[in-house]
Design a protein around this ligand. Structure first.
Ligand SMILES: [Zn+2]
Length: 433
């Protein structure tokens, strides 16, 4: 079995935890000095970096939340000047303010190292050609996976999203062995191949895939594998970490969370650590991140961590499938969408009332989003031409803010059901089994 960095990947748990604590203390010391934000958080609980001599003690450090990123937009959390940065990525955040993440060369190296280990762990190598369906650009998926594959000596076809006909043509013409993208797009590829009479096993060399960027399930994996004959490996990450960075090995039994790069806690409702294998909220501390510190960050996902060594020989803990979220964030076609962003757009339009409903469907695992908004009483007197104009104005503004297309409909005042409290604006009919 191949390893990318065998010494680290098979280090006994006890040694790994020693290393984690050492890196944790060093990172806290550095951030206490360099980051006014972390300094203030630690001061607020009278904690000095030197006091943190155990993971228990570390739990006294207050959490970092998505709202902290918003409040420090765009770059107030960076601890390195732009001179030392080599890249910036931007992703959707709450209430229309995106999240901006800066990277030093060291950050890019660690991100790439993480993916190189993961790709090697499911059998990818020099002989492989990766067709990367992930979007290149501000989204971290494209470039992240790209550099990981190049690091292990694989050949990358940086095709990006869309243009399914060309995707399918090239995967037949070139020796593509591996896909990377969202699972829903892989289902779409399978559909189009069926329509065109293309048998992926007979007509292409594709045998492996990396799928992530949106919620999906074990039964979706089984269906996708049965339909395509491709072994599909789960991938997890977030732009706040670096990007997509953790992968499943060939055993497909959880994501290997590299403990020398990431200290991951799973906490119950009271903030106490969950037992091995028990589900709770994921809290992430990046141990070697340089430009943009991430200390006890609540990413909003729910899952469990298992420290039982994997059959593949790797000793780092494994993260089980994400089973939900703690906030109202939705992932639609791989894009983070917050109902608060939609509220903000509605608030800009003088002809709308604040009542809206988001309906999500996923036929063949391809997400669609419909947004219904009530007009206000004044706009009832408008003619059809004007109403159409209002609808398209709302739709284009929505696309601009959310980065995905929604089916936008204006409805009459009083049509939508009224609910008390938040979080009732979403009807999610998507199924992942
Ligand atoms: Zn493994």
């Amino acid at each position: 079995m191949a390893f990318w960095n065998k010494e680290i990947e098979t280090m006994p748990r006890e040694e790994l935890e020693k290393l984690q604590l050492k890196l944790l203390r060093a990172k806290l010391r550095e951030m206490y000095d360099k980051s006014p934000f972390i300094h203030e958080k630690m001061r607020s609980v009278n904690l000095l970096p030197e006091d943190v001599d155990s993971f228990d003690k570390f739990r006294q450090v207050p959490f970092m939340k998505k709202t902290d990123l918003r409040d420090n937009y765009p770059d107030k959390l960076f601890v390195r000047p732009y001179d030392e940065l080599v890249r910036v990525h931007v992703s959707s955040g709450t209430t229309g303010k995106p999240t901006v993440v800066g990277y030093t060369q060291g950050d890019l190296d660690n991100w790439t190292e993480s993916l190189a280990r993961g790709m090697t762990s499911f059998g990818m190598g020099k002989k492989d050609m990766l067709q990367n369906f992930h979007g290149y650009g501000l989204f971290t998926g494209g470039l992240g996976v790209h550099y990981g594959a190049e690091r292990i000596g694989a050949t990358v076809l940086p095709i990006g999203t869309g243009n399914t006909a060309r995707q399918i043509q090239l995967m037949q013409d070139l020796p593509v062995t591996t896909w990377a993208g969202t699972p829903s797009y892989m289902f779409h590829i399978a559909d189009v191949c069926d329509q065109q009479g293309i048998d992926i096993q007979r007509d292409t060399k594709v045998r492996l895939a990396i799928a992530g960027g949106e919620p999906w399930s074990e039964s979706m994996r089984k269906k996708l594998q049965d339909r395509t004959g491709v072994r599909v490996h789960n991938c997890y990450g977030a732009s706040e970490f670096y990007g997509p960075m953790f992968l499943e090995c060939e055993k497909q039994n959880g994501l290997h969370i590299w403990a020398d790069l990431c200290y991951m806690e799973i906490l119950d409702k009271n903030g106490d650590p969950c037992a091995d294998g028990e589900r709770g909220e994921i809290v992430v501390t990046m141990l070697q991140k340089e430009a943009f510190p991430l200390i006890r960050y609540k990413i909003g996902d729910i899952s469990a961590l298992d420290w039982e060594p994997c059959e593949c020989g790797r000793t780092h803990p494994r993260l089980m499938r994400i089973s939900g979220r703690t906030d109202d964030m939705l992932v639609v076609r791989g894009v983070n969408v917050f109902p608060s962003q939609i509220e903000a757009v509605i608030g800009e339009m003088p002809f709308l009332s604040p009542f809206y409903r988001i309906t999500l469907e996923n036929e063949n695992y391809m997400d669609s989003m419909m947004v219904e908004v009530e007009m206000n009483e004044e706009s009832l007197t408008e003619d059809m031409v004007q109403l159409n104009r209002m609808t398209s104005q709302l739709a284009s503004r929505m696309k601009e803010i959310l980065n995905i297309k929604a089916d936008v409909r204006l409805v009459l005042p009083g049509t939508l059901e009224r609910f008390e409290g938040k979080g009732k604006h979403v009807v999610d009919n998507r199924k992942y089994d």
